[in-house]
Design a protein around this ligand. Structure first.
Ligand code: ADP
Ligand code: MG
Length: 734
């Protein structure tokens, strides 16, 4: 057996992960060129790629059992005689695969066996023949059964603990082949060096990295794979936590913050106190705490990097505005950025109304003061107006600008950008941070603006730690007082749907208002708008002819939208038929009914947001989710799980948990963590949460005394490997 090529002087230490990443899979003798190409199609190019192609499960094929001894959930070989087998006739003419159903027996008992999409099994296993089957005992309709067991006719089965790899029919690679190549790679890699010192491993009950790779791919005992997985998952989380920890420290290292004037005359400052005093409601305790916390950040020497998490309707806008006003009262500018133009427009409306009547001292005017000036700048701003606004932003006279992320790009120059609020973080990455800093440094203060990021919907705390680990977190964990909870009902059929429209009629009769959200259709905003218009016509003609309906979609001109919204506020329009443009920001307290059509097309977060448009006063409210599609779905059907979760709770954090369980980390990670750092084994779901905390603790402990990992060249190399050379250079050098 050959060994891996000798290690050139400049190469990373032998058998480290970067070393394994430098060697293509073609160094393996058991791999043909043709298979290497097939692997490349699967994205597996290096030995490291192969070793991190983890089995999706392990079969313990060492055990053979009598049918009577096998318990539900256990797996084993059983030696059986085939009693009978058949392919039952299909129900209806639907596509669907055909099943082959058998009854088998051994001297101790009988068992049902089902093969899906394998009708040929009936020929393979004629009544009276004998076979060895490996499977896991499940209960189906109260009967003990094996589904899709492994079949061995030779009577000489593979009695091992087998790692099962996702095979690829397209690439023509079987699980067995993966097993062979990985075994060779493990044998030849020998001992893989471990960047974690012994004491830390002992303290956190982690096996060595070598053991972990070996025991996850080739466990001798079934328990070994669990401790192996724990270590490998820990490493993934650990790298992420190191990465965010290093990033936070790098941002702080050469930061130039603005010490905002939070407290000119005691209290929270003139402008902010005037703003709070002028609000038509008292702050919630959580809002007051958040504003104080943010104030401390703003007054401090380092630029703020803070995440504001809060449920729908918790009142994040007020907190965000308070932060911007701190900047404004010190003579700086503030920017509020939304992910879409429609949302930016809605923010603009909300902010303008919240700031109505608020003035700033200004000696150059007769009154000695002037209104706080807020403008909207989006891709839809006409060219001439845009030019004028850009000139003003670069000069003076604009206090707060609201727009999309495009505000940070291109030709927008700020005279003195002091604070930035970003609504809905998911699309805001590291690159934009640098741009943000540059925008601030161009201005007269020559400093980095403070940054507040808001999530549109909350995400679980531990997940936030992984995804937003480089931000401090404030939670708004309190809704304004007196909000009546929204009753959510899933309408599963036509009869229930009629009840929904009845509710709309009776609420409107009581002087309240209703939203109807149109089905989400694939395609452009134009297509969406057309479909909404059709639905509006249908409802007006057939379903609610006696009511006054209005239509709102993203293709309407801002002025038209404002007219409809104004009419809805006053009650001239009683039922607003809309696309998801109303998802965020729309605020009409008299609205007490939300109807979402084809609710199965929306995600949990989106439905929760939509529901947040009602229940904004002390009036009881309803959210009706129309979805016949999921009517006869089973209890584990994702649509049913989603809709039932919404029926059960209005707690955004709890819903975020359900979403995470259903959709996995992808739903949260989004574009934030790209490339190789994607979590392969670790999960942000409940099971791995303690591991996230441990990884964070170890990472922070390490970075405390060594913020650039200078004493940890191995770890530094690993980070470089996973975050990419360019970013690593920014993080680890400079
Ligand atoms: P979200 O956190 O979902 O962005 P908003 O900022 O849109 O919530 O606020 C939701 C609604 O609650 C708005 O109508 C806002 O004016 C109102 N609101 C905010 N704070 C309070 C409060 N302390 N008391 C009563 N209503 C409030
Ligand atoms: Mg909001």
């Amino acid at each position: 057996m050959t060994t891996l090529p000798p290690q050139p002087r400049v190469s990373p230490p032998a058998r480290s992960l970067p070393f394994l990443a430098e060697h293509p899979v073609t160094v393996l003798e058991s791999l043909t060129d043709q298979k290497a190409e097939a692997l490349a199609d699967l994205g597996i190019v290096t030995v490291l790629d192969l070793l991190t192609y983890y089995p999706y499960r392990h079969h313990d094929r060492r055990r053979q059992a009598r049918l009577a001894d096998l318990k539900v959930g256990e797996e084993a070989w059983v030696e059986v005689a085939i009693r009978s087998g058949r392919v039952p006739p299909r129900r209806g003419r639907g596509r669907g695969g055909s099943r082959a159903e058998f009854t088998v027996a051994d001297p101790s008992g009988t068992l049902a066996v089902t093969f899906f999409n394998q009708p040929w099994r009936v020929k393979q296993l004629p009544a009276g023949s004998r076979a060895l089957l490996f499977g896991k005992l499940t209960l189906f309709g109260g009967r003990r059964q094996f589904a899709n067991p492994t079949v061995d006719l030779a009577g000489d089965p593979d009695r091992r603990l087998v790692a099962m790899y996702r095979s690829s029919e397209k690439a023509g690679i079987t699980s067995r082949e993966f097993e062979g190549w990985i075994t060779e790679a493990l044998d030849r890699a020998g001992v893989i060096v471990d960047p974690l010192p012994e004491e830390l491993r002992a303290e956190h009950d982690l096996v060595t990295r070598s053991e972990a790779f070996r025991q996850y791919h080739r466990p001798d005992e079934i328990e070994e794979k669990d401790s192996a997985r724990r270590r490998l998952a820990f490493d993934e989380l650990f790298r992420l936590q190191l990465e965010v920890g290093i990033r936070r420290r790098a941002l702080e290292r050469d930061a130039r913050g603005i010490r905002h004037l939070v407290d000119p005359h005691g209290g929270t400052g003139d402008l902010v106190s005037a703003f709070v005093a002028g609000l038509p409601f008292p702050l919630t305790g959580a809002q007051a705490r958040a504003i104080a916390e943010i104030g401390t950040d703003l007054a401090g020497p380092l630029p703020m990097h803070r995440l504001l998490q809060g449920d729908v309707g918790a009142g994040k806008t007020v907190v965000a505005l308070a932060a911007l006003l701190v900047a404004v009262q010190g003579g700086h500018q503030g920017a509020l950025m939304a992910p879409t133009e429609v949302l930016a427009e809605q923010h603009h409306l909300a902010v303008r109304s919240l700031l109505e009547g608020l003035t700033l001292p200004d000696d150059t005017t007769l009154e000695g003061s002037r209104p706080v000036r807020v403008v909207l700048l989006t891709g839809r701003t006409p060219a001439a107006e845009r030019r004028r606004l850009l000139a003003e932003l670069a000069g003076s006279g604009i206090d707060i600008v609201i727009g999309t992320h495009a505000l940070l790009t291109g030709d927008v120059t700020f005279a003195d950008l002091g604070a930035v609020v970003i609504d809905e973080q998911h699309r805001f990455g590291v690159e934009q941070r640098a741009t943000l800093r540059a925008k601030g440094r161009e201005g007269t203060a020559g400093a980095d603006p403070d940054l507040l990021v808001m999530t549109a919907t909350p995400i679980p705390r531990t997940a936030a730690m992984v995804v937003f680990g480089d931000l401090d977190v404030t939670e708004l964990d309190e809704l304004p007082a007196g909000r009546a909870p929204v009753e959510t009902v899933w309408a599963r059929g036509p009869l229930e749907e009629e009840g929904v429209w009845e509710r709309v009629r009776s609420e409107v009769a009581a002087g309240h208002r209703a939203y109807v959200v149109c089905p989400l259709v694939e395609g452009s905003e134009r297509i969406q708008a057309t479909s909404a218009t059709e639905e509006y016509d249908r409802l007006r003609a057939e379903v609610l002819p006696e009511l006054r309906l209005g239509l709102l979609h993203g293709q309407m001109k801002p002025a038209e939208k404002e007219v409809v919204m104004a009419d809805f506020r006053t009650g001239k329009v009683q039922v607003l038929v809309a696309t998801t443009v109303i998802e965020v920001g729309v605020d009409v307290p008299e609205a007490t009914v939300m109807v979402v059509e084809d609710a199965e097309r929306f995600g949990i977060a989106q439905l929760h947001q939509l529901r947040g448009r009602v229940g904004r006063s002390t009036l009881p409210s309803w959210c009706h989710l129309l979805s016949v599609a999921a009517e006869d779905a089973g209890p584990t059907d994702p649509v049913a799980v989603r809709l039932r979760a919404l029926e059960r709770t209005t707690d955004g954090f709890e819903l975020a948990d359900v979403d995470l369980e259903l959709r996995g980390e992808g739903s949260i990670l989004g574009s934030r963590q790209k490339g190789r750092s994607d979590l392969k084994l670790a999960s942000l779901r409940r099971g791995d949460r303690p591991l996230v905390l441990e990884a964070r603790e170890v990472a922070e402990g390490l970075l405390e005394g060594d913020p650039r990992l200078e004493a940890q060249p191995l770890l530094a190399r690993e980070i470089r490997l996973f975050v990419g050379e360019e970013e690593a250079a920014f993080l680890l050098k400079s």
